[in-house]
Design a protein around this ligand. Structure first.
Ligand SMILES: Cc1cc2nc3c(=O)[nH]c(=O)nc-3n(C[C@H](O)[C@H](O)[C@H](O)COP(=O)(O)OP(=O)(O)OC[C@H]3O[C@@H](n4cnc5c(N)ncnc54)[C@H](O)[C@@H]3O)c2cc1C
Length: 276
């Protein structure tokens, strides 16, 4: 475990507010340490199960099996693209943050990202789109069950967020429509996804697509190298540490707030308590 660096100016509350997650219940695979969750009836008042993550839930962990307690401002449970983004953002904001992941490395399963409305996305041929137009269409497609505020926040910020995310990786190429593909097959590049043409064929397509997607290509691991560069950027601040083979198996709560995440040390012994 690394020592944490000096605490900066971002508070835990403002970090949550910036992510739009304060008070959200989507704690499981995202930000367990941050998002208060109602205790389950079975778990009692001082513990919250992680049933919605599909991870083995352990409610009776003897205190002597907890071999270490780590204090932090934020504990990010799950290092997929959301968790890694939260990890880096918290670390760069000066918070002491721990990222725990049950697998051996961060999870990157996608290569297409909605990203438009910035100079860089325009430079690769992605035309600006009205976030309101896309949000209205998505609301119709989702029978108005989605949260319009979250959807529009994402659409307004997706280009900037994508640039921030990719900026952690040195040497990424942004290819315009007329540019040649790189000779080196391992060279990572971003290009416009031309399949999303904005055309809707009534009676054939089940949804309307918008031409606002970037594709990360090159290499054979989708955007894994970029995801890992984001983890490195977080750790390089001195504020973050990450622990793999570390499934969160129990949340501890007091007065409805999460106070600690307990992880099983799959590569070692016992458990670690991350106190937030
Ligand atoms: C084949 C495939 C292709 C896809 N292509 C695209 C695409 O092109 N574009 C797109 O936008 N989306 C795509 N998606 C969807 C995209 O992968 C998800 O939307 C995205 O991964 C969600 O990111 P996340 O960080 O929220 O969750 P995840 O990527 O699921 O990350 C969650 C992480 O949490 C870990 N975890 C879970 N429980 C625990 C626990 N208790 N303790 C510790 N760790 C835990 C998991 O191991 C995982 O690493 C694709 C999905 C699949 C399956």
């Amino acid at each position: 475990m690394k020592d944490f660096g000096k605490k900066g100016t971002l508070s835990r509350r403002s970090f949550l507010a910036a992510l739009g997650l304060a008070g959200a219940s989507a704690a499981g695979a995202g930000l367990a340490g941050c998002a208060p969750k109602q205790p389950t009836e079975a778990a009692g008042d001082d513990q919250t199960a992680l049933a919605d993550t599909g991870t083995l839930v352990e409610t009776d962990i003897p205190e002597d099996k907890i071999i270490e307690t780590v204090d932090c401002d934020v504990c990010v449970v799950g290092l997929g693209v959301a968790g890694v983004g939260a990890l880096r953002s918290a670390a760069e904001g000066g918070l002491k943050v721990v990222g725990v992941e049950k697998g051996s490395k961060p999870s990157a399963r996608s290569n297409m990202f909605a990203a438009f409305g910035t100079e860089k996305t325009r430079s690769i041929g992605i035309e600006d789109i009205s976030p309101t137009e896309v949000a209205n269409e998505l609301m119709t497609q989702m029978s108005h069950r989605a949260d319009y505020r979250i959807t529009t926040k994402w659409l307004k910020n997706c280009g900037e967020a994508f640039e921030w995310y990719t900026s952690a990786y040195d040497g990424l190429l942004w290819l315009g429509m007329e540019d040649e593909l790189p000779q080196d097959p391992s060279q990572l590049f971003v290009c416009a996804d031309t399949l999303t043409s904005g055309i809707y064929r009534f009676g054939i397509d089940h949804e309307r697509l918008f031409a606002g997607c970037c594709c990360i290509s090159g290499g054979d691991e989708t955007h894994t190298p970029i995801l890992e560069a984001n983890v490195d950027a977080a750790v390089a601040t001195g504020n973050a540490q990450v622990q793999f083979y570390s499934p969160a198996v129990k949340l501890e709560t007091a007065d409805g707030q999460i106070t600690a995440v307990i992880c099983r040390n799959d590569e070692g012994e016992g458990y670690t308590r991350y106190r937030v």
